[in-house]
Design a protein around this ligand. Structure first.
Ligand code: PLP
Length: 310
């Protein structure tokens, strides 16, 4: 993440607004004690211990909440996913009420902007400290507008993730399907995409099923039917994809969760990658094949997302 903190002086026409950091004092369920359980910290100061397992091992989990005109999107689905990730990593049960308060406080304290992102991080705590409390914070910062990608689409390449589609059942210790802090691979594949002249990636299982992007869910349109890969394949349950499916159902379209062989995705009428940050990005090209962009539908779905207040 870029360091906006360096420009964190009062808002001007040129300087981005300062990020807001809310540190959660004790994120473990039942450990809150007296007081609010969180405090606002100086986002320009270092706050993480160098022996934090989130830093030394990438051992922790996170969520990224879109904030539209000050309203946190899909708050409860994100919190449910956080709890699922915590369970997969054998982290302690988390105080979700406290975490909700911290996320809302961080977003509310940010200067008004059309779009911001609140990142909620929970790590296993400090290395070498028995029964260490998890380290947790929520940090909100302004998020760049992706209007050009919504308009022009993105070029995507399919890359083998190296696991079968049933990895979550056969090898749950690989943590596929948890939103962990170990995103080095999710970033590495973007560099590989760039080397191949593309903007983003669609992960494919070693047995040929389309999965998800490194930070996005896939939705494919086949006629009037919209399909996303089944979420029991070691992929995340996308909060944006779920909200888009609600919007599509409201528009009278059929939606489904299915196993999608990559060859079938290549036959789709249209494709989108969906995520809390970029929201909706139509795919203009997959593996060198052009895909039509449905501008009207993309606009309707973005408007539906931004109108949601849940
Ligand atoms: N899949 C992965 C691997 C992600 O990292 C993300 C979000 O960052 C998504 C899917 C999309 O999830 P959401 O729409 O909840 O942001």
């Amino acid at each position: 993440m870029t360091d906006l903190a360096a420009d964190a002086s009062p808002t001007t026409d040129t300087a981005p607004p300062a990020p807001v950091l809310v540190v959660i004092d004790r994120a473990r369920a039942g450990a809150r004690g007296e007081g609010p359980g969180w405090h606002v910290a100086d986002a320009t100061e270092p706050t993480v211990n160098v022996v934090d397992l989130g830093v030394t091992r990438g051992d922790g989990i996170f969520e990224a909440f879109g904030v539209v005109d000050g309203a946190v999107q899909a708050l409860e689905p994100h919190l449910r996913r956080l709890a699922r990730s915590a369970a997969l990593l054998d982290l302690p049960d988390l105080d979700l009420d406290l975490i909700r308060e911290a996320v809302l406080a961080s977003a509310a304290a940010h200067a008004p902007v059309p779009f911001a992102l609140t990142k909620l991080i929970v790590t296993r705590g400090l290395e070498g400290v028995p029964d260490s409390e998890p380290t947790a914070w929520a940090r909100t910062e302004v998020y760049e507008d992706h209007a050009a990608e919504r308009r022009d689409g993105i070029r995507v390449v399919a890359l083998d993730r190296g696991y079968r589609h049933d990895v979550a059942q056969t090898s749950p210790w690989l943590l596929q399907g948890a939103k962990t802090l170990s995103y080095a691979v999710n970033k590495s594949v973007l560099r590989e995409a760039a080397r191949r002249g593309a903007d983003d990636v669609l992960f494919v299982s070693s047995d040929g099923y389309a999965l998800e992007g490194p930070s996005a869910s896939l939705v494919a349109r086949f006629g009037d039917r919209f399909v996303t890969p089944r979420t029991d394949q070691g992929i995340l349950e996308g909060t944006t994809q779920a909200a888009v499916f609600d919007a599509l159902a409201d528009l009278g379209h059929e939606t489904a969760y299915e196993l999608l062989p990559l060859a079938r995705v290549h036959e789709a009428d249209a494709l989108w990658l969906l995520s809390s940050g970029r929201q909706i990005a139509p795919v203009s090209d997959l593996d060198g094949r052009p895909f039509a962009i449905d501008h009207d539908l993309t606009t309707s779905l973005v408007e539906a997302l931004w109108a949601r207040r849940d």
